[in-house]
Write a protein that binds this ligand. Structure first.
Ligand code: PLP
Length: 388
């Protein structure tokens, strides 16, 4: 049982112990600005982890930014998405995947999920594109997401994008450390997005990164991220810019976090295997595991789907019960096509994301969650199941 003052969170920031040393260095050298050696070093660390030692993505570069949302926004800016354009986006995701479409004055078209990975359904994507094209509104980009760290069928999605000549923005905000067919998530799309928010696999307190196709696009990304200042001695602006660069202090935290990334991933996967084993024989509860050997999720969050008929339970029953034990849980993301703010956006739906929203629950998975915590959580869930 959790002690009275221990709250079990979904995924809470956890320091390696090296962060303070990098921060102290920044202070000692007075690099307390949104550029500097830790920003460069953090980009190098990410590049080494995701790209340099992998044969599949030659030439890609990483730009460190103030948020994952900023990275999605800048990807759309760099792809030339503007007023009146159409952008296809996975419906089953967090609002940050879709909001930047609207920042650019474009219209989102939402596409539902396939039941195996819970991510964008390639057949529905194809249908959405061909409908948009038939209406004379060829989409300017596709935003696909690896939700909860579970890889999407990203190679098929990219192949569809290539065939239609539509670039893919790969939202890997939750998927640092996940692989698909042996290749890191975030490196498949024309652009890849990472988040280092406080609840992610690693944190910079708040931050993100854009994985760019080459050095030139990284240069353009940083140009827009630093107010689009032209190379003049005075301030000359020929484009609208943004203040989206990562601070050197946040990057110092990120460098410390990179020393513990592998351990975090191993921990999430260990807890996932434990949850999966403990739920294996439980009628009416399905633990969301890698659907095929191609997928190697980081299990950012552990997620279950509850059959109300077989268990006599709803996710809300369990959420409320676990809250009384100081255990944080959360419903799965509410699909974007059900969000009032996107009520007018076209959507291609098949019921998958709506059913997941009604029946799913996220369980604690972060570095502070112990194996005993998992055993207690599963025991509590099982104790509430009403036998028919
Ligand atoms: C799927 C997804 N996309 C984008 C984001 C945005 O990242 P950030 O919070 O760093 O802006 C998040 C996380 O917050 C996310 O979960």
């Amino acid at each position: 049982m959790p002690t009275e003052n221990k709250k079990i969170h979904l995924c809470l920031a956890h320091m390696s112990g090296n962060e303070q040393r990098f921060i102290d260095e920044a202070f000692a050298e007075n690099w307390v600005v949104p550029l500097g050696p830790h920003v460069d070093g953090f980009e190098e660390d990410l590049k080494k982890y995701l790209i340099s030692e992998k044969p599949d993505c030659p030439g890609k570069e990483v730009a460190a930014l103030s948020a994952g949302t900023a990275a999605i926004h800048l990807a759309l800016v760099l792809l030339g998405v503007g007023h009146g354009d159409t952008v296809i986006c996975q419906s089953f995701t967090f609002a940050a995947s879709a909001n930047p479409i609207v920042y650019q004055g474009a219209t989102p078209v939402f596409v539902d999920s396939e039941p195996e990975s819970w991510n964008m359904n390639p057949a529905m994507l194809e249908r959405a594109i061909s409908d948009c094209v038939a209406k004379g509104r060829k989409p300017k980009a596709i935003i696909a997401v690896h939700l909860y760290g579970m890889p999407a069928r990203i190679d098929e999605i990219c192949e569809i994008g290539r065939r239609w000549g539509i670039p893919v923005v790969e939202d890997a905000a939750e998927a640092l450390g996940s692989d698909y067919k042996g290749r890191p998530c975030g490196t498949f799309g024309d652009y890849g997005v990472l988040s280092f928010n406080g609840n992610k696999m690693i944190t910079t307190s708040g931050g993100g990164a854009l994985i760019c196709p080459d050095a030139e696009s990284k240069k353009r990304c940083i140009f827009y991220a630093t107010q689009a200042r032209e190379p003049f001695p005075y301030y000359q602006h020929e484009h609208v810019g943004y203040n989206y660069r990562l601070s050197n202090i946040s990057a110092a935290i990120g460098r410390g976090q990179m020393t513990i990334l592998e351990e975090h991933i191993a921990h999430h996967r260990r807890l996932a295997a434990l949850y999966a084993g403990l739920f294996a024989e439980t009628e009416g509860i399905i633990y969301h595991s890698n659907p095929t050997p191609d997928s190697d999720s980081n299990y950012w969050l552990s997620t279950i789907v509850i059959d109300p008929e077989k268990t006599g339970l709803t996710p809300e029953d369990l959420r409320q019960h676990l809250a009384t034990l100081n255990v944080e849980t959360r419903p799965l993301w509410k699909p974007m096509h059900l969000q009032p703010v996107f009520a007018d956006a076209p959507a291609y739906v098949n019921g998958v994301s709506e059913s997941l929203f009604e029946r799913g629950l996220c369980l604690p998975s972060g570095p502070w969650v112990t194996e005993d915590d998992v055993r207690m959580i599963v025991k509590e869930i099982k104790s509430k199941i009403k036998k028919p």
